[in-house]
Design a protein. Structure first.
Length: 240
């Protein structure tokens, strides 16, 4: 696998939900377990537009662009004496045939197919995703600098710190029991919030999840780093 990919995060939305741990536990394989905030599991969808993506060392004009979605859950596990944090990615989807073919082969992360509709201008954004097996995600709102009332994070700085700790992501690989690992390394870390007018997640709301917040990142140079895979019991990975 390629050790490092480079590119630019043109736009990244973290659409976050609060979920009862017992409702989400079967989607998190051991040794991982949901990372709780005030008794809630934190789950959501990362909607990310990547541009100029290419192997490190190649010029930017050789890179490609893609819209991607990742349904993810904040997790923790014990590594010896240390508690570590990451995200467990239940499924990945992309509009790029290249990403769908190469994911799990040339770089970590198996992707399914999804269609994206995006409309944005200034601080306004309207984004919809449709994927296999009835997956739907809709987000519409306007960028701002304050989280909605009732968010478990309290303020934007707390939320930003929490999600910065989830840079490492595990997801189902192509071989049973083998989970790919990919780490996001950003040259800078800056988040804003979205004042939401509409938010839909067919998966999380189907589990009784409650909407928490949407966070926004833009124009971030970054690297994707391949990390050692995670081994779980074959058949222990639940998807949708």
């Amino acid at each position: 696998m390629l050790p490092t990919m480079r590119g630019v995060i043109a736009r990244r939305l973290l659409v976050n939900f609060r979920v009862r741990p017992e409702a989400i536990a079967r989607f998190v394989p051991s040794p991982l377990r949901p990372l709780l905030v005030d008794g809630w599991a934190i789950a959501g969808v990362c909607l990310i537009r990547l541009e100029r993506v290419r192997p490190a060392g190649l010029p930017a004009f050789l890179g490609f662009a893609a819209e991607n979605a990742a349904h993810r859950i904040a997790v923790t596990w014990q590594d010896g004496m240390n508690a570590r944090t990451a995200v467990w990615i239940i499924r990945r989807d992309s509009d790029s045939p290249m990403v769908r073919w190469a994911g799990g082969r040339l770089f970590p992360g198996v992707h399914g197919r999804a269609d994206f509709r995006v409309s944005e201008g200034g601080a306004d954004l309207d984004l919809s995703v449709r994927g296999d097996r009835g997956m739907e995600v809709d987000v519409r709102g306007r960028e701002c600098d304050a989280l909605p009332e009732g968010s478990v994070f309290g303020d934007l700085d707390s939320a930003s710190t929490f999600f910065a700790g989830g840079a490492l992501g595990f997801s189902p690989g192509r071989s049973p029991g083998c989970c790919d690992a990919l780490e996001l390394a950003c040259d800078r870390w800056r988040m804003r919030a979205l004042r939401v007018e509409r938010v839909v997640s067919s998966f999380y709301q189907g589990l009784g999840a409650e909407f928490d917040s949407v966070l926004v990142m833009r124009d971030i140079h970054h690297r994707w780093l391949s990390r050692p895979s995670l081994q779980v019991a074959p058949g222990a990975v639940a998807t949708f």
